[in-house]
Write a protein that binds this ligand. Structure first.
Ligand SMILES: *[C@@H]1O[C@H](CO)[C@@H](O)[C@H](O)[C@H]1NC(C)=O
Ligand SMILES: *[C@@H]1O[C@H](CO)[C@@H](O)[C@H](O)[C@H]1NC(C)=O
Ligand SMILES: *[C@@H]1O[C@H](CO)[C@@H](O)[C@H](O)[C@H]1NC(C)=O
Ligand SMILES: *[C@@H]1O[C@H](CO)[C@@H](O)[C@H](O)[C@H]1NC(C)=O
Ligand SMILES: *[C@@H]1O[C@H](CO)[C@@H](O)[C@H](O)[C@H]1NC(C)=O
Ligand SMILES: *[C@@H]1O[C@H](CO)[C@@H](O)[C@H](O)[C@H]1NC(C)=O
Ligand SMILES: *[C@@H]1O[C@H](CO)[C@@H](O)[C@H](O)[C@H]1NC(C)=O
Ligand SMILES: *[C@@H]1O[C@H](CO)[C@@H](O)[C@H](O)[C@H]1NC(C)=O
Ligand SMILES: *[C@@H]1O[C@H](CO)[C@@H](O)[C@H](O)[C@H]1NC(C)=O
Ligand SMILES: *[C@@H]1O[C@H](CO)[C@@H](O)[C@H](O)[C@H]1NC(C)=O
Ligand SMILES: *[C@@H]1O[C@H](CO)[C@@H](O)[C@H](O)[C@H]1NC(C)=O
Ligand SMILES: *[C@@H]1O[C@H](CO)[C@@H](O)[C@H](O)[C@H]1NC(C)=O
Length: 770
């Protein structure tokens, strides 16, 4: 090189100076850019060439590439590689970018331990590795990244202790370690990070620890996020020294004791989440935190009343205090707050009147005051803002009428006013509010008739124990999405219209305790989903329609205390009921075979003309009745009868022998097809069990099968055997599911789970012994 220069000098000094002048500055820039381009291309290679950074190619300048930012001098200063589908570990190459200050690689799939290679990035200030697959401990020498101001390692699988050396990173303004698997103690050394403004330790399984008192020294802290961090003990008074605090989230821990008074004096506090702890005592009454936007103290054991001062929080949008022991009245000033959108105080012990102006001065979205002892009326203007989703006030002592204005509230999804003392008619618009899904009004004194039109999407209509009257309108066929229609114990009358049977999603229909009369519709249009039908305590008459026996999902049927007559339809044998009550009617004829056992002891009471074949039910024997009714005293007839009986007996005996022989062979064959899986040592065999699955031993019957009582030895020990409905074409997946379920039941122990002894299965049938 020097020789070459000399050569130049000798031949032409002028040219040499010219060359130097031209090439020196040019060379420096182009070579730097070139090397950084080379570095980045190598980096791209090492990161596995993800398609997301395809634009990194040699034909353009790196400063224009996606995710690359250059400083004023043209060198790469920032790499924004978040959400780029990177699946490789971070290569050392990245620190060849000597001026890199900012590295963001969040939302990728980067595996491995903490990337120590980054220690060579001497100018690094901002490091975001959140939302990756990192695991293992944070190394003790993390303080080698001494220039860091921002570090986010959240949402990875880091484990172990947070090293105290972290506290040597004194420049840190943001420390996010949330949502990892740190399982050591809370490092109180963090309190030395005097520049810290944001601290996120939430969602870690720390050893149960109290909040370090020293955290009160973090004078610049604005954001403290320690939700779900296994915190115990009291909230230290010292936190009230965090004068810059804006966001405090200590929710979902096991904190107890009082809320420090001073917390509500932190002037800049905006978000306060302390829900789901064990905090007790009263909410501090003096409140200076006038910037509060959200207060969530729900699910604690707070008592006392809502501070009067909450009525001064002009920015407050959310006030959530549910599930506490609060008492007293809601300060009326809360009803005047201009920003309040959610007011949730359910499950407390509050009383008095609700703020009458609530909803008038702010756009209320959620209103839930259920399960308290509020009295007086529902506020008149809850929906004045037009965005109310729910008016929920069940289980109170509220009275009066439902405000007319709720009938002009199309945003409503639900109105739940049950168990109060409301009266009067429901405003027409409430039935038809276009988004309404649940309308729950039972246990009040509402009156008036049922609407012929209903909100198209309404699925739950609960009106029980009121004074609704008049007929079910034929327009009920438009209530198409109704799943539950519960109107027990009202004054409804007229016939049950055939239109009600057209509701395809109806699952529960409870109309017991009304004044319905006439016959049931003989045609059932749909009712494919009906599981529960209760029409008891009405004045219905005529035959029970045979279609009821064909309802595929029916489990509960109660037609008791009516005037039904005629026979129980044969089709009832197809039902798989859990509960049946036909008592106190005028039914006659034979009790269907399926119900002729102890499981239905109370299903047919007070029907004087019914008979049974099985003597175990307390009914006259059907054949005895038959005999009684056709008495033939003639002697010849007696002779013929005797002869017939003799012939019959002989034939029977012969047949019996043949059949028994056949059955023995068959039983042997059948038994071979049975497989017994036992979970305990058993003193019985599958033959014991199978022989006893007869109607005589039936003790219960349900949707998925029948339950039998089976004697397993002479000592009088019994087991319960559940027989799952046999279905020739039992779905293969269903079978696997059944066997898996049985395996689990067989191995777990729990007070509420019966001991499963064994499982017997064959191609067509599954049985389990309990
Ligand atoms: C990441 O990959 C998935 C599929 O592998 C693709 O749908 C997605 O668009 C990619 N994201 C980016 C930022 O390239
Ligand atoms: C290089 O990237 C640019 C976009 O930055 C693209 O237009 C060009 O086609 C790419 N060239 C090659 C050779 O891939
Ligand atoms: C970056 O690209 C823009 C056009 O997309 C171009 O005008 C500019 O000169 C490029 N800059 C560099 C440093 O290559
Ligand atoms: C880094 O930045 C400094 C000062 O801004 C500059 O002098 C130096 O050339 C840059 N280094 C590289 C490798 O670009
Ligand atoms: C963290 O580890 C658990 C198992 O310990 C694993 O199920 C989970 O997928 C891992 N998550 C990440 C982000 O690596
Ligand atoms: C923390 O987790 C690691 C790895 O999962 C384990 O080895 C260690 O024993 C755990 N420490 C504590 C205190 O539970
Ligand atoms: C780093 O932290 C450790 C433990 O907290 C301490 O012993 C050490 O002196 C610190 N190093 C520096 C350079 O501050
Ligand atoms: C709050 O800070 C002051 C001054 O720094 C200190 O004297 C006081 O003890 C601290 N209060 C609490 C409760 O830690
Ligand atoms: C409170 O917030 C205001 C406005 O954001 C700010 O000027 C002030 O310094 C903050 N107060 C404290 C004590 O941090
Ligand atoms: C609240 O509970 C505390 C005990 O936790 C009790 O001392 C206090 O009197 C109670 N306050 C009210 C208003 O019931
Ligand atoms: C609710 O308050 C009443 C008095 O108003 C009191 O008798 C009752 O015990 C309280 N109930 C609960 C659960 O705190
Ligand atoms: C609420 O009403 C019930 C019965 O309607 C009554 O027993 C109770 O005393 C009432 N409670 C209040 C606080 O008014």
């Amino acid at each position: 090189m020097s020789e070459l220069t000399i050569l130049f000098l000798r031949t032409s000094p002028l040219l040499c100076v010219l060359v130097l002048l031209l090439s020196l500055p040019f060379r420096v820039i182009s070579q730097d850019a070139n090397t950084e381009k080379t570095i980045l291309l190598k980096l791209k290679q090492q990161l596995g060439n993800p398609p997301s950074i395809q634009s990194w190619n040699s034909s353009s300048s790196p400063c224009n590439w996606t995710g690359v930012t250059c400083g004023g001098d043209g060198s790469v200063s920032e790499l924004h590689l978040g959400d780029k589908n990177i699946t490789e570990t971070i290569p050392a190459t990245v620190c060849d970018l000597k001026n890199l200050t900012f590295l963001e690689m969040n939302f990728n799939h980067i595996p491995g331990g903490f990337p120590k290679v980054l220690y060579s990035c001497t100018k690094l200030q901002h490091l975001d590795l959140s939302q990756n697959f990192f695991f293992g401990p944070i190394p003790d020498d993390i303080d080698k990244l001494s220039g860091l101001r921002y570090i986010n390692l959240g949402a990875n699988n880091f484990t172990g202790n947070i090293p105290p050396q972290m506290a040597n990173l004194t420049g840190l303004q943001t420390l996010f370690l949330y949502q990892n698997q740190f399982n050591g103690t809370l490092p109180k050394e963090i309190s030395k990070l005097s520049n810290l403004e944001e601290l996120g330790l939430a969602i870690n399984e720390f050893v149960p620890s109290s909040i370090p008192v020293e955290f009160g020294q973090l004078k610049k802290l604005r954001y403290l996020w320690m939700r779900l961090a296994n915190l115990i003990g009291e909230i230290p008074e010292s936190l009230t020294n965090l004068s810059s605090l804006e966001h405090l989230d200590l929710a979902e821990n096991d904190l107890e004791g009082k809320i420090p008074d001073g917390l509500f004096s932190l002037k800049n506090l905006t978000y306060l989440y302390l829900f789901q702890n064990k905090l007790s005592g009263e909410i501090p009454q003096r409140v200076e935190t006038l910037n509060l936007v959200e207060i969530d103290l729900a699910m604690n054991q707070l008592n006392g009343s809502i501070p009067e001062d909450f009525g001064k929080l002009k920015k407050l949008q959310l006030l959530s205090l549910f599930d506490n022991h609060l008492s007293g009245e809601v300060p009326p000033s809360i009803g005047l707050l201009p920003a309040l959108t959610a007011f949730k105080v359910f499950s407390n012990n509050m009383s008095g009147a609700l703020p009458p102006k609530m909803g008038l001065y702010s756009k209320l979205v959620e209103f839930d005051v259920a399960t308290n002892q509020f009295s007086g009326q529902l506020p008149e203007n809850l929906c004045a803002g037009g965005v109310l989703l729910g008016a929920v006030a069940f289980e109170n002592n509220l009275s009066g009428r439902v405000p007319q204005s709720l009938g002009n509230c199309d945003s409503l999804l639900t109105v739940q006013l049950y168990s109060n003392s409301f009266s009067g008619e429901i405003p027409a618009g409430v039935w038809t509010a276009s988004n309404m899904i649940y309308l729950m009004l039972s246990d009040n004194s509402f009156s008036g008739g049922l609407p012929s039109k209903l909100a198209w999407n309404l699925s739950k209509l609960e009106l029980g124990n009121n004074r609704f009257s008049g007929p079910i309108p034929p327009g009920i066929s438009s209530w198409v999405n109704l799943v539950d229609f519960k109107a027990s114990n009202n004054l409804l009358s007229g016939e049950i219209p055939v239109e009600i049977t057209s509701l395809p999603h109806l699952s529960n229909l409870l109309l017991d305790g009304n004044q319905f009369s006439g016959q049931l519709p003989s045609k059932i249009i749909s009712w494919k989903s009906l599981t529960s039908l209760n029409l008891s305590r009405n004045a219905l008459s005529g035959q029970i329609p045979k279609e009821i026996g064909s309802l595929p999902d029916l489990l509960y049927l109660d037609l008791s205390q009516n005037h039904f007559s005629g026979e129980i339809p044969l089709e009832f044998d197809q039902l798989k009921l859990v509960s049946l009550n036909l008592s106190s009617n005028h039914l006659s004829g034979k009790i269907p075979d399926q119900f002729d056992n102890h499981a239905y002891d109370n299903s047919f009471l007070n029907n004087s003309n019914l008979c049974a074949v099985n003597p175990i039910l307390n009914f006259p024997n059907c054949y005895a009745k038959l005999r009684d009714s056709k008495k033939m005293p003639s002697k010849t007839l007696a002779l013929i009868l005797a002869l017939t009986v003799t012939i019959f007996l002989v034939t029977t005996i012969v047949t019996l022998f043949m059949v028994r022989d056949y059955q023995r062979k068959k039983a042997k064959r059948d038994l071979a097809a049975w497989k017994l899986t036992s979970f305990q040592r058993l003193d019985f065999t599958e033959a014991n069990v199978l022989a006893s699955l007869t109607e005589n031993n039936l003790i219960g019957s349900g949707g998925s099968g029948k339950v039998y009582r089976v004697a397993i030895n002479r000592a009088g020990d019994y087991v319960a055997v559940k027989r799952i409905w046999n279905n020739e074409t039992m779905d293969h997946n269903l079978e696997k599911e059944f066997l898996a379920e049985v395996q689990i039941l067989g191995t777990i122990r729990h007070a509420n789970i019966v001991k499963l002894l064994c499982c017997i299965s064959s191609e067509q049938l599954k049985a389990s012994c309990l």
